[in-house]
Ligand binder design. Structure first.
Ligand code: UDP
Length: 395
């Protein structure tokens, strides 16, 4: 059995979702031949205060976005990030080495921009020759720390990312482009919305607008919900129903559940069947999270972007607009008005965007990435066995 260790961080929901997608892809393709463990390296295997970093992400990104942008941009400068990484590697070395001893991986996959440099250094100090592979889980804006020339392979989501990788010193042989890995269920056979909606507690015959704010329920979700409900109710009979998924934001969920809504409205906390909710919907309103965008495209869902994390998600807005699969507005009233038009005068536009979305969706990215990594892992295992076999033959 070949052991794979996936390093991710519970910052938002996207890194975990991609890690789960890869784990499932190995199970589907290789059954028991691979054992794939997922660990949150920072939270579970670094000392304080590093292990608090994922928690500060939520605070920084949601409550102090300008500071978050500053940190993001400063960390793009190699002369600043390199010494920080050096200190971090020294500080966390013992704990990370312990994790590597524990999991005994034959190959490591990183699905986080800050998880190639430090593990590579620790492996080097341990004298362990374990290949590290990067799977990029961002879409439009890709932070330079993702591109580490010391990895065996680097999987990029788009052609633009491919060229960025090459510009940053990776060789073309190191870079593979299969898309952003999303959970395999998004690629399942399409199910009729009229059947799926009642199973989820929705009205069978009313189109559904899905409103989400990433894994943490970030952004002005409550304001958008209010404006959207008023817009959809404006013509008398509701033009559509609305579903709000609050993710881990319990406060948002409680607040929304307390309200009366003028259109049929369903409120949920964290759901673990996002593919069903998307398949039952006619469009999605979301911040520009790469995971949600990639999933919506695979489901053929037009995307109304209602905001983005400064720095990190700016390029995702450009990606959606360039491919004409959605629109962007940061004012909740304008978000609601745009979606209102999609269910009125602009119905044809909604259908065209849905078609284009499906055409660029990459539902099988996780399977293709897992196939390439499996080949690398098996080749590495064979190469490691060969000297032993040669030695025993010689005896
Ligand atoms: N997600 C989920 N259930 C929820 C809310 C979100 O599975 O209730 C998933 C969503 O499907 C996507 C991820 O969380 O895979 C969010 O990733 P994205 O990159 O959009 O934003 P992030 O949360 O990472 O900022």
């Amino acid at each position: 059995m070949i052991r794979i260790l996936i390093l991710m961080s519970n910052t938002g929901g996207g890194h975990r979702a991609s890690a789960q997608a890869l784990q499932a892809a190995f199970r589907v393709r290789h059954g028991q031949a691979f054992r794939v463990d997922i660990v949150d390296l920072w939270s579970e295997h670094t000392p304080w205060p590093l292990n608090r970093l994922p928690k500060s992400y939520k605070f920084l990104a949601n409550d102090t976005p300008r500071l978050y942008k500053l940190v993001f941009e400063m960390s793009e400068k190699p002369e600043l990030i390199a010494p920080i990484m050096d200190v971090v590697a020294r500080f966390a070395e013992r704990d990370i080495a312990r994790a590597i001893h524990h999991y005994r991986p034959d190959l490591i996959i990183s699905v986080h921009p800050l998880m190639q440099e430090v593990p590579l250094r620790v492996l080097q100090r341990m004298g362990r020759d374990v290949p590290v592979v990067t799977v990029i889980t961002d879409l439009g804006t890709i932070h330079p720390t993702w591109f580490h020339p010391g990895v065996a392979l680097c999987f990029v989501p788009t052609e633009a990312a491919y060229w960025q990788a090459v510009r940053q010193g990776l060789s073309p042989q190191q870079v593979r482009q299969h898309g952003l890995p999303i959970r395999l269920e998004f690629g399942g056979p399409p199910r009729p919305r009229e059947h799926l909606r009642p199973a989820l507690g929705l009205h069978a015959d009313l189109p559904n607008v899905l409103l989400v704010g990433g894994g943490e329920g970030m952004g002005p979700v409550a304001k958008i919900a209010q404006a959207l409900a008023a817009e959809l109710a404006a013509g008398g009979a509701p033009a559509a129903q609305m579903t709000v998924i609050c993710g881990h934001n319990a406060r948002l969920r409680a607040k929304l559940c307390d309200r009366r809504w003028p259109v049929p409205t369903t409120i949920r906390g964290y759901v673990d069947n996002m593919w069903d909710w998307m398949a039952a919907s006619d469009c999605v309103i979301t911040k520009a999270g790469p995971g949600t965008i990639a999933e919506a495209l695979a489901c053929g869902l037009p995307i109304m972007l209602s905001g983005y994390l400064l720095g990190q998600e700016e390029g995702n807005v450009a990606y959606v607009l360039k491919h004409r699969v959605g629109a962007y507005a940061d004012d909740p009233q304008r978000v609601a008005a745009t979606v209102g038009r999609w269910f009125g005068a602009e119905r044809d536009r909604l259908a065209e965007m849905a078609q284009r979305a499906r055409a660029i969706g990459m539902a099988d990215a996780a399977l293709k990435i897992a196939d390439d990594i499996a080949t690398l892992a098996m080749d590495t295992a064979d190469a490691a066995r060969m000297p032993l076999e040669a030695a025993s033959l010689g005896r």
